[in-house]
Design a protein around this ligand. Structure first.
Ligand code: NAI
Ligand code: NA
Length: 398
């Protein structure tokens, strides 16, 4: 089978397995050269949301960077079948595991619903069997639109909405190469509540409670969850909208987890990351024009980072550095994004951007390229005219 990208709006309907392998290898190469002066790096790590975006980059940075960590990765992905090639994260898991094995590292993949108790049990078993019974770090990097309510089995659904006002903003369409104006009405009380249920800190806390009860956390165990705040320009749709309220809940959950971990001298962290193209972020209306402008400006200034650069800098620079934390104790990985000179130039570009000129004013080719690469397309090292043997892929397991 010859695999060409099938894009619908902001969703990729397929992926290229060997391009996913190229994407993983490219990130690994960036962590292999990373240095660290710390002698307190985590050796046994659990990553929830390990198959793409910041979670995958965390796993790669920790395994292939100086920590040389053994990992367990949990994700929700689809394998190859007669219905389709499967999801990019499925292949990221497979090729991460192959590369880790070659380095003599332990890497266990658990593919299942991180919200379910079955998956929690599988993780507990894997920590005992594969990591000697304890983890030093738990990375919480789930991004999803739905979470089952464990009491009713019904789903909470997140809604990306402003709060208290209607907001208009452009949404990108990678299929048609267009920017479409969308008008978002304010969230209802229920939409706010459900978004906080899905993307707030409740499940993070519940995971830490589970791991703590089972005595699977080492002395001094750390945990980190990822957040976004962003500049004034995106506040109406993000920071002051439903997602921002969920993130505020996530930030507050740190206190509960710190209390929970007191007896083992553990510690909960929030890393506020840079805005990046991921499977999740391209869904946020109003954010794309900002991404187009931000990529343009940060690349011009030599400040652009992808997920792997952010995670290398997090674990090997910011983590040990107390001045990397703001007044609220948040680790600021958005420091370069929020620099005054960057934001001034971004605002100037946004002021002139419209549906006609966005491909010139912003870095559309760069953003589209990263989006396609998330799904294994657009790598020079891959020959996309080659036939892919589906039967051979069916034999591979994460
Ligand atoms: P992503 O979509 O690339 O990764 C999400 C991961 O969660 C995948 O591994 C997926 O398999 C897993 N997942 C989703 N539902 C699951 C379930 N039910 N069970 C098990 N695994 C499940 O997302 P991304 O962008 O890496 O997001 C991770 C975190 O980083 C989120 O909290 C997000 O808000 C945050 N963040 C993202 C930024 C961005 O610009 N993309 C900026 C700052 C923070
Ligand atoms: Na992730």
């Amino acid at each position: 089978m010859i695999i060409q990208p099938q894009i619908q709006g902001v969703v990729a309907r397929n992926c290229h397995p060997f391009g996913c392998q190229a994407a993983v290898s490219k990130q690994i190469a960036k962590s292999l050269t990373q240095q660290s002066s710390s002698n307190a790096l985590p050796k046994r790590v659990l990553i929830l949301g390990a198959s793409s975006g910041f979670g995958l980059a965390s796993r790669i940075a920790l395994s292939f960077g100086p920590a040389k960590a053994d990992t367990i990765g949990v994700s929700f992905e689809r394998g190859v079948s007669d219905k389709g090639i499967g999801s990019a994260g499925w292949y990221n898991n497979i090729f991460f595991h192959q590369a880790a094995e070659q380095e003599g590292l332990i890497s266990t993949n658990i593919v299942g619903d991180a919200f379910s108790s079955e998956t929690r049990e599988q993780v507990a078993k894997a920590i005992k069997q594969d990591l000697g019974g304890l983890v030093d770090l738990v990375v919480y990097s789930l991004a999803t639109g739905i979470r089952p309510n464990p009491e009713t089995g019904e789903f909470w659904r997140s809604a990306i909405r402003p709060v208290g006002e209607t907001v208009e903003g452009y949404s990108v369409n990678f299929e048609k190469n267009s920017l479409d104006m969308v008008s978002l009405p304010p969230a209802t009380e229920q939409e706010i509540e459900e978004t906080v249920k899905v993307m707030g800190g409740e499940d993070w806390l519940s995971w830490m409670q589970f791991l703590s009860e089972r005595k699977l956390l080492s002395k001094g165990c750390e945990t980190v969850a990822y957040s976004y705040i962003g500049p004034e320009h995106t506040h109406a749709i993000y920071h002051k909208g439903t997602l921002g309220l969920a993130k505020t809940h996530l930030h507050n959950t740190r206190d509960d987890i710190n209390t929970l971990l007191e007896n083992i001298e553990g510690n909960a962290n929030i890393a506020v990351c840079k805005a990046l193209v991921t499977k999740a972020s391209v869904f946020i209306p109003g954010l794309t024009p900002y991404l187009l402008a931000l990529y343009h400006v940060m690349k011009q200034k030599g400040l652009h980072e992808g997920c792997i650069e952010q995670m290398n800098r997090l674990f090997y620079d910011k983590w040990q550095n107390s001045s990397a934390r703001d007044a609220e104790g948040l680790i600021r990985m958005d420091d370069w994004e929020l620099r005054d000179d960057v934001q001034q130039e971004v605002n100037a570009l946004l002021a002139e951007m419209n549906t006609e000129n966005f491909t010139d004013v912003g870095d559309y080719q760069g953003v589209l390229g990263e989006f396609l690469q998330l799904n294994g397309f657009e790598f020079d090292s891959v020959d996309y005219s080659q036939d892919v043997d589906i039967e051979a892929l069916k034999v591979l397991h994460p």
